[in-house]
Write a protein that binds this ligand. Structure first.
Ligand SMILES: C[S@@+](CC[C@H](N)C(=O)[O-])C[C@H]1O[C@@H](n2cnc3c(N)ncnc32)[C@H](O)[C@@H]1O
Length: 386
C-alpha cells in the first residue's frame, strides 16, 4: 500500500486481546497534491490546445467572436427599444420600468439585469447615481442585418460552423417571447425533438470540437496511465457532444464508463449511439441530489467528467464536495465551462434555459450563471474546504 501513488503512508497494528482474540487495525493516509498521471494529463491537454490553436485562423476567429458579441448586443438593444425604452436621447428608466416595459417573466428578471450589466460593461448603456439607466446605443433591424452578414463572412473564413450561429440568430429574433416566458428556448434548441442544433452547439462548432478534443487528450492520458480500467462518471452527458468522440477514443482501454443525465431521452439515444461498446453503462443521475441515495458508491470513480453542466449546480461548492467524495484517491475531475463575465451570444440564447435559477452559492447575489475563471480558481468563491 505504501507504494501506491495515492497513499502517503500506511500502517497495520496488531493488538493482543484477552485470551486467544486479538485485533488487527489498519490505517492509511491519502497522499495530497497532484498525481503524476493527472499532471501528465494536464500537460497533454495543454499540448493539444496549442496544436489546435496553430490550426485556427486566429484573426478570423477573433473577428467572428467580436462580431457575434456585436450582434447579440445590438439584438438586446433593439429589443429594449422595440419595447419603447430609451427612444429619446434624454430617456431614463428605472429597473422596475424596464421590467414593466419588457413584460419580462419573473424567472428571467435575473437575466435581464445581466443584460443591463453586460451592456454597461461595453459602454452600450449608462447608469446614473440614482441607479437609472440611460444612453442605450442605437440599434435597428437594418443595422442588425448588416452585422449578421459580417458575422457570416467571418464564419466562413474561420470555419466555425454556421448552425450554432443560426441558432443564436433565431433566438435573437425571439427575444420578446423568450423574455416574457412565452417562448421556450428548448423548443429552439431541440425543434420537434430533433438533435442537430444541439449537436452543432455541443459537438460540431469549432469551439466545441476544440474543447472536446482537449478533454479527449486529458482522459485518454489518464486511461493509458492507469494500471486498471478506469471508472468514469460523465455527468449531464446530454446529446453526447463530448462522448461521441471520447468513447471511441477510449475503446482500447475498455473503461467502465457511466453515461448519465437527468433525462431518459438522452440515455436512449446514447444506448443506440454506443451499442458497439459493451463497457458503456447508462443511468439517471442528478448532481444536485445525494449521490449515495442514487446508488453511487463513495471513492469509486477515477474520473468525473462534466461538459457544460457544472453551471447547473444549485450550489457549486456542495456539488464539488460531493464529487470529491465520489472520486477514488488520486481521481480527477475534468470539466468544460464557459467563464466569460458577459458572454453576449449566451445571454440571448442558452441563458434562457429555465432551470438556470435558484442558485444558492455566490451566484445568488451576483446574478451570474457561469463563474469566471478567477472564481473557479479561488476556493473561497465556492466555499470549498480546500
Ligand atoms: C448544456 S447540456 C450539455 C450536454 C453534454 N454535456 C454535451 O456536451 O453534449 C447540459 C446537460 O446537463 C444536464 N443536466 C442539467 N442539470 C443537471 C443536474 N442537476 N444533474 C445532472 N445533469 C444535469 C441536462 O439534462 C443536459 O443534458
Amino acid at each position: 500500500m505504501r507504494q501506491h501513488p495515492a497513499v502517503a503512508d500506511a500502517a497495520v497494528l496488531l493488538s493482543e486481546g484477552n485470551g486467544t482474540a486479538s485485533n488487527l487495525s489498519a490505517f492509511a493516509e491519502l497522499a495530497s497534491g497532484v498525481q503524476p498521471s493527472a499532471e501528465q494529463a494536464r500537460q497533454n491537454a495543454q499540448q493539444r490546445a496549442r496544436q489546435i490553436e496553430q490550426q485556427i485562423d486566429g484573426a478570423a476567429f477573433r473577428a467572428l467572436m467580436e462580431g457575434a458579441d456585436r450582434v447579440a448586443i445590438l439584438a438586446m438593444s433593439d429589443r429594449l427599444r422595440c419595447d419603447g425604452l430609451f427612444t429619446q436621447a434624454a430617456s431614463r428608466h428605472s429597473l422596475e420600468e424596464i421590467y414593466q416595459a419588457t413584460g419580462v417573466a419573473e424567472v428571467h428578471q435575473r437575466l435581464l439585469r445581466r443584460w443591463l450589466d453586460g451592456l454597461i460593461s461595453v459602454g452600450a448603456l449608462q447608469q446614473d447615481e440614482q441607479g437609472d439607466y440611460h444612453s442605450l446605443i442605437a440599434a435597428d433591424a437594418e443595422r442588425l442585418q448588416q452585422c449578421w452578414q459580417e458575422v457570416e463572412q467571418w464564419e466562413q473564413r474561420a470555419g466555425y460552423g454556421s448552425q450554432t450561429l443560426h441558432y443564436i440568430r433565431v433566438c435573437s429574433h425571439c427575444l420578446r417571447g423568450l423574455l416574457r416566458g412565452e417562448t421556450d428556448v428548448r423548443g429552439i434548441l431541440f425543434p420537434e425533438g430533433e438533435l442537430s442544433t444541439a449537436h452543432a452547439a455541443y459537438r460540431d462548432n469549432l469551439v466545441s470540437r476544440s474543447m472536446n478534443n482537449i478533454v479527449i487528450a486529458a482522459v485518454t492520458t489518464l486511461a493509458a496511465a492507469s494500471h486498471k480500467p478506469l471508472r468514469i462518471l460523465e455527468v449531464g452527458a446530454g446529446v453526447a457532444g463530448t462522448a461521441s468522440d471520447l468513447v471511441p477514443a477510449l475503446a482500447e482501454y475498455r473503461p467502465e464508463y457511466w453515461f448519465t443525465d437527468l433525462s431518459e431521452f438522452f440515455l436512449m439515444e446514447a444506448r443506440k449511439l454506443f451499442a458497439a461498446y459493451p463497457w458503456m453503462h447508462y443511468g439517471i443521475f442528478d448532481m444536485n441530489e445525494d449521490a449515495v441515495k442514487q446508488g453511487m458508491e463513495m471513492n469509486s470513480f477515477d474520473v468525473i467528467l462534466c461538459c457544460n453542466v457544472l453551471h447547473n449546480a444549485c450550489n457549486a461548492g456542495e456539488v464539488l464536495a460531493q464529487f470529491s467524495s465520489l472520486l477514488a484517491p488520486g481521481g480527477s475531475l475534468v470539466f468544460i465551462e464557459p467563464f466569460r463575465r458577459h458572454n453576449y451570444p449566451l445571454l440571448v440564447s442558452m441563458e434562457f434555459f429555465p432551470e438556470l435559477t435558484g442558485f444558492t452559492d455566490l451566484r445568488a447575489t451576483t446574478d451570474q450563471t457561469f463563474f469566471t475563471r478567477e472564481q473557479w480558481l479561488c476556493s473561497g468563491t465556492l466555499n470549498l474546504a480546500t
